[in-house]
Design a binder for this molecule. Structure first.
Ligand code: MN
Ligand code: MN
Length: 467
């Protein structure tokens, strides 16, 4: 063995996934990403993602768990949780008490929510007050086209689903910003203060109408339009869940079309690849499950977030329908023997901002799916830190299946950090590791991912289900 050969054997270097792919795989990757872009355009809220996932699951032969009294290997089932959270499972041939392979992603993304009393008129313009959801850079939201999505109850008590701003013929909405000519004071502020949360108000109308004894006729006009179209009144907003999201569509980026640009890659890129992974499953050895959760961006709280008992309750129901009973001990065994891929994105190294990463341990767009042993901040606080045994097991599964992967760390030490659902799954007494796609401009209204990484994430979740 020459020194060069020995050096190559002893050292390790990340590979670029595009260079490792066959022409056939590249074709499959481009087709897969076209379908992914359609998923992004159809799913801009957690509810829409659940709806779209349900549609795809039904087409792949999944049936409602509630409709079956008895389960057997090969059965494909789904369970919905309040239309914002869905669990899919393919029953394995092995005893379920040997554990379940679970991939979990989140389908909520940073956005602006309407407040409960949002509509007001000022200087002959009608506007909507918002409260931002998740970690956003507030200055990124003015002067981009916005769409309105959500559910609201009308005067008759019927739930109305609203989507305005997505069709080419729809109007869109916008948050205005100051012109540079008058921006002297604003531009000298810190970026966190240049655009304040209470100024993220959505322009929704501006045409006053003739009306006797009415003071605010622009607001009146907007309410008349909303009432004619949806049967709603101003009071309807008090119970509504209306989300303001970017109105633009997912697009290919680059002359070589190597990237996808879109709102909501975090974490719909992992949700879609996880979903496609389980839809491909037929008769796995271990039962395979995929869970798409809500509320990750605000701490995984609530009955539709990863901290909800929904997942374990559904596993109890599956176990009982498979084996005829599910004692507390049975469920404990199922959970302790289960393994989880926390399918979530990480930050991709950005050549425009190299200083925030430590280059040897950053993840890179194009170098495959990223495995994160830990996330957290300030000395690994707030992470589950996967064990050596589990990291090795997952790495080997991916290697054996030809998945190109890299390790990742969310920024250099003490630069910042972040968390995922991994820690909450780990708290159940289960092995879990973060595995997902590196994202450029994460949490921006328009995020970017490399297609090779999307494809490798899909391959990774499929490899995991083979365990
Ligand atoms: Mn995420
Ligand atoms: Mn996020």
């Amino acid at each position: 063995m020459t020194d060069k050969e020995l050096y190559e054997k002893l050292t390790y270097e990340n590979k670029n996934a595009y260079l490792e792919m066959t022409e056939e795989q590249k074709k499959e990757m481009f087709a897969f990403c076209d379908e992914y872009r359609a998923f992004l355009d159809n799913g801009k809220t957690e509810r829409e993602c659940v709806k779209e996932s349900l549609r795809l699951a039904k087409a792949a032969g999944f049936v409602a768990l509630d409709e079956l009294d008895v389960l057997k290997p090969g059965d494909k089932v789904y369970k919905l949780n309040r239309d914002k959270n869905i669990l899919l499972a393919v029953i394995g041939t092995e005893d379920i008490k040997e554990g379940i392979n679970i991939a979990g992603a989140h389908i909520d993304s940073p956005r602006l929510d309407l407040k409960q009393n949002p509509l007001y008129e000022s200087n002959d313009m009608a506007l909507l007050k918002t409260h931002y959801y998740g970690g956003i850079k507030k200055y990124q939201w003015p002067t981009i086209p916005l769409a309105i999505h959500g559910v609201i109850y009308d005067e008759k008590g019927e739930k109305q689903e609203i989507v305005i701003g997505e069709k080419d013929t729809d109007p869109v909405f916008v948050i205005t910003d100051l012109l540079p000519h008058l921006g002297k004071d604003q531009m000298s502020k810190k970026m966190t203060d240049g655009v304040e949360a209470e100024n993220l108000n959505i322009l929704i109308g501006g045409m006053p109408i003739e009306a006797e004894d009415v003071k605010e006729t622009v607001k009146f006009s907007v309410l008349k339009i909303l009432n004619a179209r949806y049967g709603i009144t101003e009071k309807s907003f008090q119970s509504a869940e209306i989300e303001i999201v970017p109105a633009f569509k997912a697009r290919n980026i680059g002359l070589d079309e190597s990237f996808v640009g879109s709102y909501g890659h975090d974490d719909r890129v992992c949700a879609y690849t996880t979903l496609r992974g389980i839809l491909d499953e037929t008769a796995p050895k271990r039962t395979a499950a995929a869970i798409l959760v809500d509320k990750e961006e605000i701490g995984s709280m609530g009955n539709t977030g990863a901290k909800s008992a929904f997942m374990t309750m559904t596993f109890a129901e599956i176990t009982e329908k498979l084996t005829g009973e599910c004692s507390v001990t049975d469920l404990n065994r199922v959970i302790a023997n289960s393994a989880c891929m926390s399918s979530d994105v990480t930050a991709a190294f950005d050549p425009n901002f190299p200083g925030v990463n430590e280059a040897r341990n950053a993840s890179y767009a194009g170098k495959g799916v990223a495995i994160m042993k830990y996330t957290g901040a300030r000395g690994k606080a707030g992470t589950s830190d996967a064990s050596a045994e589990y990291v090795y097991l997952i790495g080997k599964l991916l290697d054996d299946d030809g998945v190109i992967w890299q390790t990742g760390e969310l920024g250099k030490v003490d630069q910042g950090g972040g968390g995922t659902i991994a820690q909450y799954v780990a708290n159940l007494n289960m092995d879990v590791i973060d595995c997902g796609v590196p994202v450029l401009s994460m949490h921006a209204p328009y995020e970017v991912v490399a297609k090779s990484d999307v494809y490798m994430a899909y391959k990774a979740y499929k490899a995991f289900y083979k365990r």
